[in-house]
Design a protein around this ligand. Structure first.
Ligand SMILES: [Zn+2]
Length: 231
């Protein structure tokens, strides 16, 4: 049978004449992590108008489609759930804030900060990306936190700090694999251990850190014990 003849050929010809065209309208833009080309890219958020097309000319509206997210670099389309993932830049900032907040919370739980604890904390915070962080800055922040929480509750590990920890860690936790979450807790443990064994307040704070990082209580206990044992 010659191509273009018979029932199949007729269907193919019809498909060429009739089809669905989608015209996309930009409804927003921003930056996202593109899973297609693997990096921080600009995107456009698009909604589509589907129309029946005759000879390539849109005729009848077929309703809305999308919205989709189009990568400015690779032009691929994705569901809008890709926007739930932070960009690399945003992720680094979240990580940096998390390490900084954990360091402050553990130092504040320790009461008066020893030099060793401050040095451990500042080194961790610098490594996480706040390159200018000094021991003095941390000490000043801890004093400010102590003055603040003392005013409200008079307790060393106050509700205010728990809220800070959850604000810094909750959004980060889903994007970190277990070793990443554990490493944040262990950094806190090392600060607590820099000036001797854990105090009850430090344990409380580290338990809050673990919970905010969605590490179960058993694992928190195991990690805190392991951190105490020199390797
Ligand atoms: Zn892309």
């Amino acid at each position: 049978m010659l191509p273009g003849r018979g029932p199949n050929g007729r269907a193919a010809r019809l498909a060429r004449l009739l089809g669905t065209r989608t015209s996309w309208t930009p409804v927003g833009d921003g930056e996202f992590f593109c899973p297609g080309c693997g990096g921080d890219r600009n995107y456009q958020r698009l909604t589509g108008q589907r129309r029946f097309a005759l000879l390539g000319v849109p005729v009848l509206p077929r309703g809305e489609t999308g919205p989709v997210v189009e990568c400015a670099a690779c032009r691929r389309h994705f569901g809008t759930d890709v926007l739930d993932h932070p960009t690399t830049t945003r992720f680094s900032a979240m990580l940096r804030d998390a390490v900084h907040t954990v360091a402050l919370a553990v130092l504040a739980a320790g009461g008066t900060c020893s030099r060793a604890a401050l040095e451990t904390a500042a080194a961790g915070v610098r490594a996480a990306g706040f390159e200018d962080c000094t021991e003095e800055q941390l000490a000043a922040l801890v004093d400010a936190v102590a003055a603040d929480t003392g005013r409200f509750t008079g307790e060393p590990c106050a509700a205010g700090l728990a809220i800070e920890l959850h604000e810094a860690l909750d959004p980060l936790a889903p994007h970190l694999a277990a070793p990443g979450r554990e490493s944040i807790l262990l950094q806190g443990a090392r600060i607590a251990l820099a000036d001797g064994p854990y105090t009850p307040a430090e344990r409380d704070t580290l338990a809050t850190v673990g919970a905010a990082l969605t590490i179960c209580a058993d694992d928190v206990h195991r990690l805190l014990t392991a951190a105490r044992t020199p390797s």
